[in-house]
Design a protein. Sequence first.
Length: 94
Amino acid sequence: MAPLGASKIAFMGGGVPDLDVEYLVIAGGASGGGGNQLSGGGGAGGYRTGTYTPLVVSTAYDVIVGGGGARTNGAGVAGNDGSDSKFNTIESTG
């Protein structure tokens, strides 16, 4: 499963001190299994939370938003995992 979106963020400016940033990174959730009206729903994506120290001004940071798992077809087919989300080096599993 491909990520929903990917980008870079950067904070630009002169004379601005480095920042401590609280983050919440949530991965894409899984899809439900196949099986007409008898199948269960998909699970939630993993998450990470904490403080990133320091966020340095004029530095680019990778941001990836994970998508949800693709639907399944047919009875008895397991659901699909969602894709991972990432903020710089912090990654949550889908």
